[in-house]
Design a protein around this ligand. Structure first.
Ligand SMILES: Cc1cc2nc3c(=O)[nH]c(=O)nc-3n(C[C@H](O)[C@H](O)[C@H](O)COP(=O)(O)OP(=O)(O)OC[C@H]3O[C@@H](n4cnc5c(N)ncnc54)[C@H](O)[C@@H]3O)c2cc1C
Length: 472
């Protein structure tokens, strides 16, 4: 077996790991090496010593033991959609779960078990065969693993909560190489920690979710207004949600009309404010409920329609091609004051890339009904989350885009923003202060549990919680 020039371990050692695996070990000279080290974000270019495409939990145990004993950098790859690219590392070992895609549905109990390499779309496809759905995110190619471990916010969030709120149990390989169950009844502290604590506590080999009846058809509101209507549109939506059924969980998008898709030619390039929301209940009822959101002035385009739940879950997929250059940040804002909205409109219009957007996630509902310390996921009572997405094409220079995201983020924070959602900010250059805000009031307990379950910080390539010196 060949080794990368950067590898701190010998070829013999890597071969010894290879012989223990049922799955595949991909090192530097493997013909698939360059494909295997590619992740969704084209800004990430890392060269691991070995990528272990695990076939089962025993493979994961072997990899964790191998990396811990040799103090090797260890990365964990679920769906490879983490914005910061922590799914890869230089000169270390990658536990790649992309082969582990087994799914089992219990339609009577309304539960699903899914292995850590599944994408949202793969799980949605299976659950929808039984008319059910797990609360997941809004792009079907994202991995369930990273998404769930740091929260998981999608169209069902106001009705049923986050992905992590719908977790019943997980199988997890801890830093000492044990495969354990985490649930309310077994290792309850670990179960608390993985519902918001990200990849800090081990490698989750499978997740068990609570499912809900959804679909098969839903009504999707997708209406675009000129950006100068932003204040009226966002404020109306805010008021409307006070009494609207929680099946409605919109995202407001500020951007510029794309050259692709079904938009009228004269609208292309025009700054818009859009409202996007599948109604996660009866389709006819959904059309009625979203109607007021479609009457907020003369729209640029109204593409609202009935579609299947799986189509609704995938309708944003093409906006995020693999290999483009992405730089994202997020910040919670306590209220959508006029000044905040005006500044958002200005920032969105100034974005150097036509593919960049600022997204306003309306939160509340089931997210906020769960106690702040009931799971590790923090900042539950924040009403709005801004996702600032710098998206540029594969060949484009990213610097201007990165500067735009940073500037917008800094401006929002200086105005009123606080806290971050740890699934969106890929790059936490702001350091520990921001990390602490992301984990909020749960940070100290998370640190204690990190010291208990991973005292030497084997799992550190993530939004890392440092263990206390000397363990717990
Ligand atoms: C196009 C796109 C759309 C998105 N939409 C949403 C959305 O609608 N809602 C939302 O909440 N988030 C969304 N996100 C953010 C997304 O939840 C995170 O990027 C998440 O980390 C992706 O998970 P992954 O498994 O694909 O990522 P990976 O890059 O594979 O993993 C990210 C990190 O998660 C940890 N991890 C992954 N797998 C495991 C495992 N099995 N065990 C332990 N740790 C693990 C590791 O620390 C890893 O570095 C989106 C991201 C993208 C790129």
């Amino acid at each position: 077996m060949a080794v990368t020039p950067l590898s701190p371990v010998s070829s013999d050692a890597l071969t010894s790991l290879d012989t223990q695996l049922t799955g595949e070990a991909i090192a530097y000279e493997h013909p698939d090496y360059d494909r295997a080290r590619r992740v969704w974000n084209g800004m990430i270019d890392r060269r691991p010593a070995l990528i272990a495409r695990c076939a089962d939990p025993a493979d994961v145990v072997a990899c964790v033991n191998f990396a811990r004993v040799r103090e090797l950098p260890l990365a964990v790859r679920g769906g490879g959609h983490g914005v910061a690219g922590h799914a890869l590392c230089d000169a270390g070992l990658v536990i790649d779960l992309s082969r582990m895609k087994w799914i089992e549905i219990d339609p009577d109990a309304r539960t699903a078990r899914a292995q850590g390499g599944c994408t949202l779309g793969e799980l949605d496809r299976e659950t929808q065969r039984r008319g059910l759905a797990a609360p997941l995110g809004v792009v079907s190619r994202t991995g369930i693993a990273g998404l769930t471990l740091s929260g998981g916010m999608g169209w069902l969030r106001r009705k049923h909560g986050l992905s992590c709120d719908n977790l019943i149990s997980a199988q997890i390989v801890t830093a000492d190489g044990r495969l354990v169950t985490a649930s309310d009844d077994e290792n309850a502290d670990l179960f608390w920690a993985i519902r918001g604590g990200g990849g800090n506590f081990g490698v989750v080999t499978s997740f068990e979710y609570r499912l809900h009846p959804v679909g098969p058809e839903v009504f999707v509101c997708f209406v675009l207004y000129p950006a100068e209507r932003a204040c009226a549109v966002l404020r109306f939506c805010e008021r409307y949600l006070d009494d609207a059924p929680q099946e409605l969980a919109p995202i407001a998008i500020l951007g510029r009309v794309s050259n692709a898709g079904d938009f009228p030619p004269e609208a292309r390039g025009q700054p818009y404010v859009g409202l996007l929301a599948p109604y996660a209940g009866d389709a006819a009822e959904g059309e009625r409920v979203v109607q007021p959101l479609r009457e907020l002035g003369e729209p640029i385009a109204d593409l609202s329609d009935v579609m299947s739940w799986t189509e609704a879950q995938a309708m944003l997929d093409d906006d995020y091609p693999v290999g483009w250059r992405y730089y994202w940040k997020s910040v919670n804002v306590p209220e959508l004051r006029e000044e905040v909205i005006e500044r958002l409109v200005q920032h969105a219009a100034a974005a150097p890339s036509p593919h960049s957007t600022i997204d306003v996630w309306y939160q509340g509902g089931a997210i906020a009904r769960i106690g702040e310390q009931a799971t590790a996921f923090a900042n539950r009572s924040e009403p709005y989350l801004l996702g600032i997405e710098g998206n540029s094409e594969a060949g484009a220079a990213a610097e201007e885009n990165v500067a735009w995201v940073r500037e917008t983020f800094a401006d929002m924070r200086s105005l009123c923003g606080r806290g971050v959602y740890l699934n969106f900010p890929g790059f936490l250059e702001e350091g520990e202060e921001l990390l602490r805000e992301g984990y909020g009031t749960n940070y100290e307990r998370l640190r204690e549990l990190k010291s208990k379950y991973d005292p030497t910080n084997v799992f550190r390539l993530n939004a890392n919680i440092e263990p206390m010196k000397g363990g717990r």
